[in-house]
Design a protein around this ligand. Structure first.
Ligand SMILES: NC(=O)c1ccc[n+]([C@@H]2O[C@H](COP(=O)([O-])OP(=O)(O)OC[C@H]3O[C@@H](n4cnc5c(N)ncnc54)[C@H](O)[C@@H]3O)[C@@H](O)[C@H]2O)c1
Length: 359
């Protein structure tokens, strides 16, 4: 293993940077916020963003740092073994934050229809990456997983020791990838850290996901489409709070540990739709609010909620800071001006027939 973690006392490396951080999936939603934070807060670190630029990615998410000396973008695929091996050899990576994944559970990019691709990228890609990181002796490998691996509950609170019981192909692939990553700790004491985060919202998210989708639909005078009863509950965290959580994990997360990144702020999908209608349509009339909601057939499985205990993250000193009212206002304003940051954004809003699940 290389030297101590992120020590300010460490001598500068030949490149002039104290550390070299690889962030995968950095042109996507959450990791773009993490990349921007890292570049701005750690001018002595070189931040390398590896992304294949899939349909949900946008380099516009990174315009603010694209000219910085300590930032570099590499287009490439985590599933390409020789490319990944060479990347570790040439870039001399110290720390990996692995976000890249196929992430959309429902509708257009349906994990139920594209199980093979979800497993290929999320499981095989992670297997390639963690193996290459181990061979390159990196000092910390952070794997970004999800609360969805717990499988959903209406009352029981999950902590990090709760069993993984995923119910959809996306969550299953994330859980399987966790097992690969964890095995490098069990077998080699390779310093991996796993995070499981609640739903994240904020600027930069491709509008296939519920919050930007509802916002964009309402901004275009179209109705919010609600899967099933809409009573499923979700906990939401603002993107900058989650970026801060990853910086905390990078500095203080302990090898071999899992951390829930959660909040006690939760609401049902129907409540969410109503709140967005009130804010965007400027109405509190119940009849008018109902008018903007369209109920459609539910997807094959739709967990009731993922209440999590996040005391372990609090013990590292992290706290979410952005209240919902402030975060959602900023998010609505951002989509007003930036919806067309993705060339296929319009397609994400189209209704999509729910087909039978493939086996
Ligand atoms: N969005 C959430 O609310 C949430 C919650 C919990 C966990 N997560 C996890 O956080 C991570 C990021 O989620 P997100 O919502 O920001 O995702 P996203 O879909 O916005 O971005 C994923 C990024 O990964 C890239 N990518 C996909 N396949 C790749 C490959 N083979 N090689 C290189 N790059 C590839 C894409 O181009 C894209 O930029 C994921 O691992 C996800 O499971 C997300």
């Amino acid at each position: 293993m290389s030297g101590g973690l992120l020590g300010a006392e460490a001598a500068p490396r030949p490149s002039g940077f104290l550390k070299r951080i690889l962030v995968t999936g950095g042109a996507g939603f959450i990791a773009s916020h993490v990349v921007v934070s890292l570049v701005e807060k750690y001018p002595n670190y070189m931040i390398i963003n590896l992304d294949k630029l899939d349909y949900c990615a946008s380099l516009k998410n990174l315009e603010i740092v694209s000219e910085k000396q300590n930032y570099k973008f590499v287009q490439g695929d985590i599933c390409e073994t020789s490319f990944i091996k060479e990347l570790f050899e040439t870039e001399k990576i110290d720390i990996v934050l692995h976000f890249a994944a196929q992430t959309h559970v429902g509708e257009h990019y349906l994990s139920f229809w594209r199980k093979l691709e979800f497993n290929y990228v999320n499981v095989y890609g992670t297997y390639i990456l963690v193996g290459a990181a181990y061979a390159a002796n990196v000092e910390k490998f952070i794997y970004v997983s999800t609360d969805e691996v717990y499988g959903g509950s209406c009352d029981k609170e999950f902590d990090e020791s709760s069993p993984k019981q995923p119910t959809n192909p996306y969550a299953t692939s994330k859980a399987a990838a966790e097992c690969f990553v964890q095995s490098y700790w069990e077998r080699y004491q390779f310093p991996v850290v796993i995070t499981r985060s609640s739903n994240v919202y904020g600027p930069h998210q491709f509008p296939e996901k519920v919050i930007p989708k509802f916002i964009a639909l309402l901004q275009q005078n179209r109705k919010c489409c609600i899967h099933g009863s809409g009573l499923q509950r979700r906990n939401f965290l603002y993107a900058s709070d989650v970026a801060e959580a990853f910086l905390t994990i990078m500095k203080k997360g302990q090898p071999g540990e899992i951390y829930n990144i959660g909040s006690n702020f939760e609401m049902s999908i129907v409540q969410l739709a109503k709140e967005l209608i009130h804010l965007i349509k400027n109405t509190s009339s119940e009849a008018e609010t109902e008018y903007w909601m369209d109920y459609v057939k539910d997807r094959p499985t739709n967990d009731f909620g993922y209440p999590m205990n996040y005391g372990k993250m609090y013990s590292l000193g992290w706290r979410p800071k952005v209240p919902w009212k402030e975060g959602i206002k900023k998010t609505i304003e951002w989509y007003q001006d930036n919806f067309h940051n993705w060339k296929n954004a319009e397609k994400a809003l189209e209704p999509f027939p729910i087909a039978e699940e493939t086996v």
